[in-house]
Design a protein around this ligand. Structure first.
Ligand code: ACO
Length: 337
């Protein structure tokens, strides 16, 4: 079964509540309409109800009327959610007036609805920048227990017959958020990537933290960082199958893994690759995508207390539809039945 078939079945079986703060945006409305028609999630749209329903009508979308609509101009809505934002940010010196203004911003209002436990995740970014989408999530949804660093993973859907990964999938992280992670942050990226592999790719993770050195073949402070990250990650999640420092060939190719790291349980069979910096992760995922003809799905934002995913501003209705399904699957967790 293809990945999205599996994710669609899981979303249908355990429908989650997903907020779409860009509620009047046509591509978002088309995706929402399809999600509702297929029963894959309960949709909460943020925006002016009259405008949303008029736009849906204009686009011939017959299911949008079933979505819950939250109007950010409704003062009763602001009265309800602004105190939550004020509590979260009062240590930063904001006033209640500032909190009310920020709450009226749909990106923040959506996150506050999630924070209040009235939704399970958010998808935005069709008309907002990555920084704005993520900042709202960092400030309101905040990080998962034991995690302080949010990062972004890609699911690399490999061509038929490719010998790497599991079920035709490799996970790459971080490719989107943390420019220069410390050893502690790198360890968190690795642990979160393991969870992403379980939740969205439905695979048992075997995580390799990559370097230009395999098991001491090179000496450098950047190699030391990867060794330290590996130790921290083991302490954070002793059950997770993980090893480092490994070069990419030692991580993926059984004969090279056997030669360079014979004691490793991961070398030669990694299905989750963790990069030592964002420069490496972002460049590698784009090269693999373009040179290898590999479909890159993501970034899947990982490490938040509840999922909030960012769209490319060029996203199609199909991309938004798939991101909603992925977000629902993150909210469901690792039930791969
Ligand atoms: N995890 C958790 N919290 C974070 C993180 C993180 N990775 N980064 C910032 N925060 C928190 C901060 O602690 C701070 O919280 P506070 O206000 O409660 O103190 C808040 O978020 C804002 O922090 P800033 O340092 O001001 O972060 P900023 O808003 O400048 O940046 C951003 C956040 C935009 C995500 C930044 O990390 C960034 O630009 N990353 C690179 C994104 C990028 O350009 N990626 C490549 C393109 S994406 C692609 O190709 C797929």
């Amino acid at each position: 079964m293809q990945l999205f078939e599996k994710l669609t079945l899981k979303a249908k079986k355990h429908p989650k509540r997903i907020v779409l703060p860009e509620g009047t945006e046509p591509r978002t409305l088309k995706a929402a309409d399809r999600i509702i028609a297929e029963g894959l999630a309960h949709i909460i749209l943020i925006g002016n109800p009259t405008e949303i329903l008029a736009k849906a009508d204009e686009l011939g979308l017959t299911n949008i009327a079933q979505a819950k609509i939250v109007d950010p101009a409704d003062q009763a809505v602001i009265d309800k959610y602004a105190p939550i934002f004020f509590e979260l940010r009062k240590s930063k010196g904001i006033s209640m007036e500032d909190a009310r203004k920020t709450t009226a911003n749909p990106l923040y209002l959506g996150c506050l609805i999630v924070k209040a436990g009235e939704a399970d995740g958010q998808v935005a970014g069709a008309i907002n920048t990555t920084g704005n989408v993520l900042r709202a999530a960092f400030q309101v949804i905040k990080t998962a227990p034991g995690i302080t660093t949010v990062s972004g993973a890609f699911l690399m859907l490999l061509p038929e017959g490719c010998p790497f990964g599991d079920n035709g999938i490799l996970i790459f992280a971080d490719c989107a958020v943390v420019p220069d992670p410390t050893a502690e942050e790198l360890a968190q990226i690795a642990v979160c990537a393991g969870k992403t592999a379980r939740d969205i790719a439905c695979i048992d993770p075997r995580v390799a933290i990559l370097s230009f050195s395999t098991k001491g073949s090179a000496k450098h402070e950047r190699v030391d960082k990867v060794i330290q990250a590996t130790e921290i990650a083991h302490r954070m999640d002793p059950e997770l199958k993980l090893d480092g420092e490994l070069q990419a060939d030692a991580a993926l190719v059984p004969s090279v893994g056997e030669l360079k790291a014979p004691q490793s349980g991961i070398a030669g069979k990694a299905n989750v690759l963790v990069f030592p910096s964002l420069e490496v992760g972002n460049i590698v995922y784009k090269l693999v995508q373009r040179l290898g003809g590999v479909e890159a799905v993501g970034p899947v934002i990982q490490g938040l207390a509840a999922p909030c995913n960012d769209l490319s501003r060029g996203a199609s209705p199909e991309d938004i539809y798939k991101t909603i399904i992925m977000t629902a699957n993150q909210a469901i967790g690792d039930l791969c039945d």
